[in-house]
Design a protein around this ligand. Sequence first.
Ligand code: URP
Ligand code: ZN
Ligand code: ZN
Length: 461
Amino acid sequence: MSILVKNGHIVTVSEDFVGDLLIRNGKVEAIGTNLSDSEAERIIDATGKLVMPGGIDPHVHLDMPFMGTFSSDNYSSGTLAALHGGTTMVIDFILQTQGKSLNDALREWRARSDGNAFGDYSFHMAVTDFNDETAKEIKDIIDKEGITSFKTFMAYKGALMIDDGQMVGLMKEVKRHGGMVTVHATNGDMIDALIAKHKSEGKLSPLYHYLSQPEVTEAEASGRFCDMANYTGVPAYIVHMTCEGALNAVRSASVRNQKIFVETCIQYLILDASLYEKDFEGAKWVMSPPLRQKKDQEALWAGINQGLIQIVGTDHCPFNWYQKLMGKDDFSKIPNGHPAIEHRMELLYSEGVAKGKISLNKYVELSSTNSAKIFGMYPQKGCIAPGSDADIIIFDPEKEHILSASSHHMNVDYSAYEGWKVKGKTESVILRGEIAIDKGEVKVEKGYGQFIKRNKISKIV
Ligand code: URP
Ligand code: ZN
Ligand code: ZN
């Protein structure tokens, strides 16, 4: 199919102009003004609309076994909800089971994902058990599978956490083969001690989830991670950063000319810890790390404009209310995570661009281009340029709407943003040259989403 998107306000990380876009055979073919209508089978009039690269969310958990249950969006519902919101590609996490191999985990995840996605996807490989056998698997995971980022957890002891010796060993091996190490940077031992203390005192409500993970637990682990990455020289990335203290650890690393890539998530920019004061309703926002204070939101917005934070993701990890109720009498049993995959692009526009906190170009960087660059997909993904995949969103910057569980497409029975008024709406979405969402209507089928192999990190960072 060929499509001509006419008279749109085309935005990339460096440009911002009114023009036309010709799409053919899944790729962007030409960008210009007054491109001829006769070139295309389908014309889309984008007058007054923003035309931007499709969103890439590099932090989602679909159909993931976690805390005794599974996250409630699978690859179909999750990637479809993402498309509705303007996210054309996600990067999910494979979790190695301690005692088993990375390849076992890869097979398990591909059995759930392949043939089921509406939007494009890739994986990070979470290494939860680094040993001599795991080390041997790293090269092929990168070279043959095109999975070039390795996730680590400094918390969730007994399930996902690795110790510092394993971290350094993994970093050396990943660096040798051209990959990147990413981290959930919180101090697991400190957190476990605080959880035990609160439980022994009978403090069992969601508020104590928050109070068991104070800022210092994230700041300390972030600094330690930066030091280990500096020692090994591995390309390094911190996921879901929430607070000023952790950001300052990265700022300190930058003083010695070390580059640490940083992702925050939309919720940490716009929600705060006062939500945990709502008794058990606070379980809707039980996630790790927890929501923080207003001063942390300000630090994160500043960090974005200072170039210390490159990406805004979601850490989408939804659970239905009956699943959250698993922790009704004990906050430590509430499955951690909240739903946001569908709302990231619109919330970031509404709270960021429309409120004057970030520029349109910065919006494109944070929501799409930087993920493609950092995770080895640029310029195939994350940009509007001749030869790139035609992953394009047509976005109405003026349209106001209200977020609600009654209208969202995610497979979860509550909204973490119920009643939020949002300015800006994804109108249509093109994925690899096919119209995927046409003014809210789904035009592609389950299975259209492809697994995207990624390049070595060392080539692009
Ligand atoms: O609460 C969260 N973040 N759940 C998903 C797992 C993780 O730590 O990212
Ligand atoms: Zn995490
Ligand atoms: Zn996560």
